[in-house]
Design a protein around this ligand. Sequence first.
Ligand code: GAL
Length: 368
Amino acid sequence: MLAQRPPMGWNSWNVNLNSNDYPDFDQLTEDSVLAQGQAMVDSGMLAAGYEYLVLDDGFQNARRDHRGRLQGHARRFRSGIPALADQVHSLGLKFGIYSVPGSLTCAQQYNDYVADGLGSIDKETIDADAFAEWGVDYLKYDWCRAHLNDGILAVESFTKMSNALKASGRDIVFSISEYGLFKPHEWAPEITQLWRTTDDLFARWDSILRTIELQTDLHPFSKPGSWNDPDMLQIGNHGLTSSENRAHFFMWAILNAPLMAGTDLTRMSDEVRDLLIHPGVIEIDQDWGGSQGRRISNTESADIWAKPMSDGGEAAVLLNKSDSAVRFSLAPHFEAYSTAFDVFTGLALSPLDTIEVAPRDAVLIRFN
Ligand code: GAL
């Protein structure tokens, strides 16, 4: 089964966004991408489970080649995408790429990326076959207003690419993104391994809280091989504090979310690296105890989210959304358990404790 556990990796998109969330495509080059791949290995991220290196929008040349195939940007990806895929594989990583079901990529739509004919509309088989031949392991397939630009239907066009990928003969994880517009949780589990549930996540606390809020009723729809995707990680990016990074990561873990790092791995701090590779947090994200996490308590300032673990215990996040400290009582929810510990610090707790959580922070706990 593809994506038996939530996929983990790195994606190029969030790395080159400026403070207005606008991308700088000049920074996206084959050398910069390979440097990220090398950093995935050297930092211990590959060993921790991050295996996909995904090239997002902006790698494309302005035109397809004479066979109608996508190609890398002539100046920035001079060796070509197949050669890049080989080099990524030789680092021990898997290689992912980006396309769209309509005619325009989002960079063309929103970021003045000048190109023509990049979309996979009516070219699903050409693209899927090329991806398979190049050794692509993961496709991010991004809607970008195709219903408005091209008058196409989401389920139909995502199914076309799903079928083309299956017919290509290579195992390619199919990750779709239509931002939750067409209730993807109702149909995407049949044709994809992961589907975005919301619009883009930005490196801002309000964006993180808004995205979390939109995950509240989605726990019944995910399972091994099909995952709700609340978007790529913003951990390490300018705009988030240490405690906000932590809360973001704990929440993605409790949701069994795909963990696609989106920061510059060649320049991340030790603190960010240690968070991204924290074995106790990753173990919770990757553990299927029968359901992704769901919210079990909610006020304007604080949430408790919990998920069953396969060892019969439970994991929970105490999330302080507010700007003042909040005191949580564990007993009403967890008194049936005999042991508890703080996953991040390793410190023993009691299921009867009350715990103070700092502003815009979270505590992740395992109960048994
Ligand atoms: C957005 C998508 C982002 C990124 C971008 C590329 O629609 O949500 O994750 O892929 O397009 O242009």
